[in-house]
Design a protein around this ligand. Structure first.
Ligand code: ADE
Length: 224
């Protein structure tokens, strides 16, 4: 998979993709992540990338031209499965969307900033608008990092134990059950006996029942 991220702040992506699983995914060749600075495509002599809204009011709007030039350039090089725009008024990201996106060949993610992008960018280029929750961030970069992380870990081969991603919370519509590791007894706080029994069938039943119970208590909306 290839992911192109279009942003005014490419340095914000230095951290999240250079550690742990996402770093290894790139090293293994499972994904290529390219960050593009929208400012590099400004034709303005001051490298301006925003302007006042025609409707007036506070806040700047990201101009169409540099974004359009960059998107057109990338689209001429390859086909994109989705051109995503990160915005609080988009569809809320969930595990189902991440699963779908993980099957893509090429994804583009445009990070919104200030009051957002000129609506014509959304009307003519964007194929999917995603929010990562009902709160407002200072920009779409963190949202793009969250989307990328949740998608990349699902690409086959990224997580070495394939079944691990399949047992995540939400993957089967339930939250994940509690997990324990050694020691079996820490200062009298014991691991449930069933997990030490060696009876794999009973352990599986216990995990299912715990996942259901946790979901019922914490996220009953998921059971509807
Ligand atoms: N940009 C600002 N807030 C956002 C959010 N919650 N999700 C996606 N993009 C955003």
């Amino acid at each position: 998979m290839r992911i192109d991220i279009l942003t005014l702040f490419p340095d914000m992506f230095q951290g999240p993709f250079s550690e742990s699983i996402i770093k290894r995914a790139q090293e293994k060749g499972c994904v290529e992540i390219h960050c593009h600075n929208i400012r590099d495509y400004s034709t303005n002599k001051h490298k301006k990338v925003d302007d006042y809204a025609f409707s007036g009011g506070a806040g700047m709007v990201m101009s169409i031209e540099p974004i359009a030039i960059l998107i057109e350039k990338l689209k001429a090089q390859r086909d994109y499965d989705q051109i995503i725009y990160t915005t609080p008024d988009g569809q809320t990201l969930n595990q189902g969307i991440s699963n779908q996106l993980s099957l893509s060949g090429n994804l583009m993610i445009l990070c919104g900033h200030y009051k957002g992008v000129d609506q014509r960018v959304r009307d003519h280029y964007i194929t999917m608008e995603l929010s990562i929750g009902d709160y407002v961030l200072t920009g779409g970069e963190l949202a793009a990092a969250v989307i990328t992380d949740s998608v990349v870990r699902l690409i086959p081969g990224v997580i070495s134990d394939e079944t691990s991603a399949l047992t995540d919370s939400f993957q089967d519509g339930l939250l994940a059950p509690p997990v324990y590791t050694r020691p079996a007894d820490y200062k009298g706080w014991k691991v449930p006996d069933i997990l030490l029994s060696g009876d794999t069938k009973k352990v599986e039943q216990w995990k299912e029942q715990q996942a259901f119970e946790r979901t019922r208590q914490r996220r009953p909306d998921l059971l509807k």
